[in-house]
Design a binder for this molecule. Structure first.
Ligand SMILES: [Zn+2]
Length: 575
């Protein structure tokens, strides 16, 4: 493709509304433009990357035995009412009426539509397993769209649904899809981790999120670099660093700690490490006070706490409530003598000794507090967030806190939808059985965004070659020099004939410096630079964007050099 004829509107300035690299770069490199809040149009370069991601997804889904279908975006309310999601989904479900006043929703996901299709067409166990997917536009009316394609309202998604005869067969399909997902994201050149996750609104019995690791990701995760264990922080369990005091001490003593009401300050004053503290936080769960104890160096995980208490509403208690429950201002709560609240404690406190805790009295703490001796055994549970330095639950090596961008999720749904919608098949035994379902999503537009989020530098994008809009950027540096133009044209023909996708910057009006800047911004993996200076020395430059290294080779060796560099780039996208 000749740049002189292409729609590639690059922009020098960073657009004001963009906060993260992928959003900035997708606008600056002319991959997309905004139409309305959370709604974008994809320009030729953006569309080429989307098509590449879709191509990889199709190949791997088909390899895993799935078949492609296409479902409507406008879906009738009746189907959503059957599963109760017409009410439950809330405002994210974009509802519309047709001219006959009938209710519809723009599909944010398609469990109901596909289950309706399959229940009509499925007769016998002989048709199972059945695994169907589509790649189509989805709509979710996000309250605050931001970060470009990371949280948009309209987006491309691959959604797949499997139907199996029984639980065991469903598990088999699930792990085939899990393997397909690993191949897909590796082939897209992404550094990712499948993490154990929470099944949320879609429901079901188990699920994995595929997270592309990036500091700007929205999801907090815990990672083990040694064995590859990864989990969503809402769920992760770590092995805490050892206790500070190894043995029981003497009787509790009162310590005067005027105005010191954080673990940090009291720890400094008493010269005792944070691991030796019992931090006591007063929460209100469904209107009732709950005292939560965690080790001084740990934090309460409110998701775990809420699940453990089976509470609908949970919040930290306001100061008056803390005063009422602990008889002291905020900062001096402790378990010794506490009677006004249910007491729950994090298991990591077990095995520790000589703890420091609030004395339930303004300006005082207690030292030498022993579990089980100085206060009654509380209810024990895993209530803390994993902290950096915690041991991996699988191998014991230190866990790292990280962030990720969720690009895909697999769910084992079980009978949730087939029961609600009576999706049954006639079994070998002559009886009706409900199908066991799984569902498998990939955010296609988000995968392109995540690839950029993970692969960029100060000058622009560093595309993995498998999803780059083109493989080679050919730059004609001195367009007014007929010798140079002739050599560049020849390169263009040779590269195309050899099967490369080439973007040829043949613009007459642009300077060499301008073309270099655009090449860095667009970030195609390889560039071939044909200029008067090089030709005088008998060479053409072949550059790798990622490594910034330049090979100067005679014109006759350009193809070989491109082939060698391209092969190395493809190695980074091997499944
Ligand atoms: Zn590990």
């Amino acid at each position: 493709m000749r740049v002189s004829k292409a729609l590639i509107p690059t922009v020098k300035e960073t657009p004001g509304e963009a906060e993260i690299p992928s959003h900035k770069l997708m606008l600056r490199a002319g991959l997309m433009r905004k139409v309305a809040s959370g709604i974008y149009e994809y320009l030729p370069l953006g569309q080429r990357s989307l098509l590449k991601v879709m191509g990889i997804i199709r190949e791997e889904m088909d390899r895993g035995g799935a078949q492609e279908v296409l479902m409507p975006i406008l879906t009738p309310a009746e189907l959503w009412q059957e599963t109760g999601r017409w009410q439950k989904y809330g405002k994210e479900l974009m509802r519309v009426k047709d001219r006959h006043e009938r209710d519809y929703a723009l599909g944010p996901t398609h469990e109901e539509v596909i289950t309706d299709l399959v229940r009509r067409e499925l007769k016998s166990y002989k048709q199972l397993p059945l695994n169907l997917y589509q790649i189509a536009t989805k709509f979710r009316d996000e309250v605050r769209p931001r970060f470009g394609v990371m949280r948009s309202r309209e987006f491309l998604m691959k959604d797949g649904y499997s139907f199996d005869a029984d639980d065991e067969a469903c598990d088999k399909t699930y792990w085939i899809m899990f393997g397909a997902y690993q191949r897909i994201f590796k082939r897209c050149g992404l550094n990712f981790a499948p993490v154990e996750a929470d099944s949320g609104l879609i429901g079901g019995s188990f699920t994995h999120e595929f997270m592309v690791l990036a500091e700007t990701g929205e999801a907090a995760i815990a990672l083990c670099e040694a064995c590859g264990y990864a989990a969503n922080l809402e769920k992760a369990t770590g092995v805490p660093a050892p206790h500070a005091a190894p043995a029981a001490g003497g009787a509790t003593q009162k310590a005067y700690t005027p105005g010191k009401h954080t673990v940090e300050h009291v720890s400094e004053l008493l010269k005792l490490p944070a691991q030796q503290f019992i931090k006591t936080l007063i929460f209100v769960a469904d209107g009732k006070p709950v005292a939560v104890l965690v080790r001084g160096d740990h934090d309460v995980n409110e998701v775990k706490l809420k699940n453990f208490l089976e509470a609908q509403e949970l919040a930290l208690a306001p100061a008056e409530k803390v005063m009422e429950v602990t008889k002291a201002p905020v900062g001096f709560a402790g378990p010794v003598g506490l009677s006004g609240a249910r007491v729950v404690a994090d298991k990591a406190l077990q095995g520790g000794h000589q703890y420091v805790a609030g004395a339930l009295e303004k300006d005082y703490h207690l030292t030498n507090v022993e579990l089980g001796r100085d206060f009654k055994d509380p209810e024990w549970a895993d209530l803390r967030s994993v902290a950096t330095g915690d041991g991996c639950p699988k191998c014991g090596k230190p866990l790292k806190a990280g962030r990720g961008i969720e690009v895909g999720q697999t769910f084992k749904l079980g009978l949730k939808y087939s029961k609600a919608m009576k999706c049954v098949y006639l079994g070998e035994d002559g009886k009706d059985h409900e199908t066991v379902m799984g569902c498998y999503g990939i955010g296609v537009t988000r995968t392109v965004g995540a690839a950029i989020e993970q692969h960029n530098d100060a000058d622009g994008i560093l595309w993995p070659i498998s999803v780059a809009p083109y493989e080679v950027h050919l730059l004609l540096l001195n367009p007014s020099d007929p010798e140079v133009a002739k050599a560049a044209d020849q390169c263009y023909e040779d590269l195309k004939k050899a099967g490369y996708e080439v973007l040829y910057d043949d613009r007459a009006e642009a300077t060499a410096g301008f073309k270099f800047k655009d090449a860095d911004l667009l970030g195609l993996p390889l560039s071939v630079r044909v200029g008067a200076k090089g030709l005088k020395e008998g060479v053409i430059e072949v550059k790798r964007r990622r490594l910034k290294d330049v090979a100067k080779v005679p014109a006759a060796q350009v193809l070989d050099k491109v082939k060698e560099f391209a092969a190395e780039e493809w190695k980074l996208c091997a499944p």
